[in-house]
Design a protein around this ligand. Sequence first.
Ligand code: GAR
Length: 210
Amino acid sequence: MTPTRAEPLRIGVLASGRGSNLQAIVDAIEGGRLDCRLAVVVSDRADCQALDRARKHGVEAVFVDPKGYADRETFDRAVLAVLAEHRVELVCLAGYMRIVTPIFVRALSGRIMNIHPGLLPAFPGLHAQRQALEHGVKVSGATVHFVDEGVDTGPIICQAAVPVREDDTEETLAARILEQEHQLYPRAIRLFAEGRLSIVGRRVLVRADA
Ligand code: GAR
């Protein structure tokens, strides 16, 4: 049986933009489908929609200004301090457009997830949907993975496939992938919160529900 936690898992979301994945996580929590506490949302952009969404739902929203730090490492230390202050146990990157430094990854090893709009290991990095169209693949999708020191290279937790249509543009494909992302991310977080994930080498093993 999956052991039950005394307190809901405390998660922190890092986002830089629109925040629709953040919204999907908030909706899953508020809808009782995800037993977690969203402790804080952190952004590297002052005016991003993700921070507005957090505030609207009474979630602490913190802007950490990259201009205030000499380099990426000191910036990441500042973000780590915010996460520690809010006693975050799992960090979810959701449209966070920065590459985290090894300092960040090592501090939270096995406790950082990212969502990517493609079927990794194909098309990592920016503009995954455009890369998929340009390559001519027939199936793309979304991936949630643990974050390691590479770019989109960490162990894969779950994936959803999305067929590519002949008349797809980057926008239409991105929109259909996004629908899947909104299902996938809360599901991955729930598996983590229920203690059902273990990382074995490159593989993430998912223990069956009790
Ligand atoms: C999502 O499609 C996410 O997968 C992607 O950015 C979008 C953010 O949307 N992330 C990356 O490309 C990371 N390399 P959102 O702000 O509405 O959640």
